[in-house]
Design a protein around this ligand. Structure first.
Ligand code: CP
Length: 310
């Protein structure tokens, strides 16, 4: 089976194909048109071993809008709490004959481990510091719809780059689609040798913002830190928080993105986050449903006897 464990390894035409497939669901979702039931009879298991609001709900809504039977496994209420291993959990889900499994896990690589053990497509809904591919796809779709194209746009990604699977997947997707990517973080939150990913690192946010078309802000991943990465959130806000004043350095048409959940007043101020002209934060959530509908559809095509993806 073809899985979606990451953006890594996808060709530009494959990413664009998924974005094109997602486009058709945006208007359908807005108009609440009678549903396309192409996933009727498909059993979709969402196995979430880590908290989520957007990703879990949008995968559930996406599956249901296409007629799938969707069941959610919350690790907190599962036998994982009794000490069952990840592999045993995967084998158990597989024995229930799921047709597609969506997984979020706090360990990088956990999704691949499960993908290797089951007989159906697996979609990564975020694994540790590794990847969050559907987030990068929904972000790319948002950029393309707002700015017309992705190639040659200057995208500034600012925040906790080190611990961010959103940053990794976005860097992979955006550089594959020929955007110019700048990453901004304090030295302690910048991965070593990040230049090898084809991006330009900055520690000075103001300098990085010059000429930006897209400003993507990231949350401090406190759940992946044991303290010691930043002196204080107040100082972090002063140097790396996005304020209206700071945004003036970007292009006048620049859009402001955030994957959510936001920490208002730390990485982003409310006046910027809630500015409906510049901020795409709620649009990103909307694109998330469309992108996940496309991914569920495309990845289950082969098992449904429909031609797979290009
Ligand atoms: N952006 C994102 O993954 O949000 P959730 O953690 O709420 O799913």
């Amino acid at each position: 089976h073809r899985h979606l464990t990451g953006i890594e390894g996808l060709q530009p035409h494959e990413i664009l194909f998924l974005l094109d497939e997602a486009e058709q669901w945006i208007d359908a979702n807005r108009s609440r048109a009678p549903g396309d039931q192409r996933l009727k009879g498909v059993t979709q298991i969402n196995a979430f071993f880590e908290n989520s609001t957007r990703t879990l709900l949008s995968f559930e809504i996406a599956g249901k809008r296409l007629g799938a039977d969707v069941v959610n496994m919350h690790a907190g209420q599962s036998s994982v709490k009794k000490g069952e291993t990840l592999i045993d959990t995967a084998v158990t889900l597989n024995a229930m004959r799921a047709d597609v499994i969506v997984i979020r896990h706090s360990s990088s690589g956990a999704v691949q481990l499960i993908a290797d053990k089951v007989d159906c497509p697996v979609l990564n809904a975020g694994d540790g510091w590794h990847e969050h591919p559907t987030q990068a796809l929904l972000d790319a779709l948002t950029i393309r719809r707002r700015l017309g194209e992705i190639a040659h746009k200057r995208v500034v990604i600012c925040g906790d780059i080190l611990h961010s699977r959103v940053a990794r997947s976005n860097i992979l997707a955006l550089t594959t689609l020929a955007a110019e990517v700048r990453v901004v973080a304090p030295a302690t939150l910048m991965p070593h040798a990040i230049e090898s990913m084809g991006v330009t690192p900055f520690t000075d946010f103001d300098a990085a913002l010059e000429g930006a078309d897209v400003v993507m802000m990231l949350r401090l991943q406190n759940e992946r830190m044991n303290g010691g990465f930043i002196p204080s959130t107040r100082e972090y806000h002063l140097r790396y928080g996005l304020t209206r004043e700071r945004l003036k350095r970007a292009e006048p048409h620049a859009i402001v993105m955030h994957p959510g959940p936001m920490n208002r007043g730390i990485e982003i101020n409310s006046d910027v986050a809630d500015d409906s002209e510049r901020s795409t934060i709620t649009e990103q959530v909307e694109m998330g449903v469309a992108v996940r509908m496309a991914c569920l559809d495309v990845l289950t095509r082969r098992s449904r006897g429909v031609e797979g993806w290009a």
